[in-house]
Design a protein around this ligand. Sequence first.
Ligand code: HEM
Length: 466
Amino acid sequence: MSLAVQEFSTLDHLQGGERPPELKGWPLVGVLPALRRDPLRFFTRVARQHGGAVTLRFGPDRVVMLNDPAMIRHVLQDNRLNYEKSKFYDMMRSVLGEGIFLAEGDDWLHQRKTAARGFQGCQLRRMTEAMQTAVDEMLARWRKQAAVEAPLDVVPEMMRLTLDIVMRTLFSVHLQGEHEQVYVAMTRVLRDAERRIWSPFVLPRWLPTANNRAVKDALASLDDFVYGLIARRRAAARSAEHDPESEGDLLDLMMANQNGRSDKALRDQVLSMILAGHETTANGLAWTWYLLSLHPESRRRVKAEVESVLGGRAPDFADLSKLTYTRCVLDEALRLYPPLWTFSRTAVADDRIGELDIPAGTNVMMNMFAVHRRPELWDNPEGFDPGRFDPETGDPRRRFAYFPFSDGPRSCLGERFAILESLIAMVGIVQNFDLHLLSGQEVKPEPMITLRPSGLTMQLVPLRES
Ligand code: HEM
């Protein structure tokens, strides 16, 4: 049983009017030098040493890191209207503009309601077909690659798959090879945003440095991609080429609900959904393959379950809920390597979290990577143990202690979509291939805005002729 302590579900352990302990670090820069050396290790250690809440100085800013599920629930759910996305999200504003990720208030609600219609149960059921087609195309590509024994660079492959899926299901587009363009540009802007968040001094974007020029090019490339998509849809709507398949897809919904907003606003909505919808799932899947390659007994159990539920055929919507162990593996991968590994909010007005004073303007950070590895919350926190998520043994997906998709009203809109596509991909892959880590590989988590495994190259071993 992985629930180690119960007291974290209440705030009673805090004393009246408390301030969290503060880690000041160095003059001017605070903890940033230590943090930048290895952010994941830094935050995990801080959460272990300081428990429920601790204040960190990031250069001129103070950030309260919340590691207690009850405190996290307070911010994300109980008093959520008092917490807006923090200024650290501004680093992504040049990419995502006023799209759903960064929007607040009525604008956010309008976008959320519009997009939610594209993710209703009946829509998801319909989308599984397109997800399967994308997986089948990937498998066909992999067969060719395996025939020449070429190793597989797993992250771009998973990105390609999940981008394909998002484009087919939400925007009714079958990409012809633009994956590389999107992958290269997204990587560039995410790395840049992350560096800016953890840097005490950042050069203004207008300075013509090599990095600024590369980021500008990357943004232009993403703009071309998205504006091209919008222009083609408009042209198709006017002409006889109109594709009935695209009727009522997310792009249709977004265009119909524009209410006089600019094309830039539409571009922000589309690009936000493309980024949110593929980068995270791809990383979750890449980590899953990494973990399964380290744990062959788990890989065998996944294969056995897939064989017993499906016997070699592709899954339909109803089959996916029967893949209990496979789902546990995915949950465990998202616990150990949450693809969005940290996020933050700013208090709008003075607040109290339990007895903790939170003055207006305080930045609070919720770090999934660190919370998912707290020994007070998890047995064997660093170990890979999918069994901890077994639904037979209690309530394993504990809210606010386990929150890879965040939680509350602003949680991930694509959670069910992501689980579905991940399971479909896992089934297709284990039915056709074994993935083995190449010997001598050093796989490391690269904490950008998302958490990617860097250096993940694998050997494809086909299981049967098809
Ligand atoms: C394993 C895959 C995924 C993970 C771990 C994940 C995680 C998250 C997290 C943590 C947030 C909250 C971010 C914050 O508050 O700053 C979020 C928001 C969001 N996600 Fe996901 N996500 C995944 C897949 C997807 C997919 C597939 C889609 C769409 C197809 C999607 C769409 C969104 C959207 C639209 C939001 C913004 C919601 C809002 O602000 O109202 N995500 N996601």
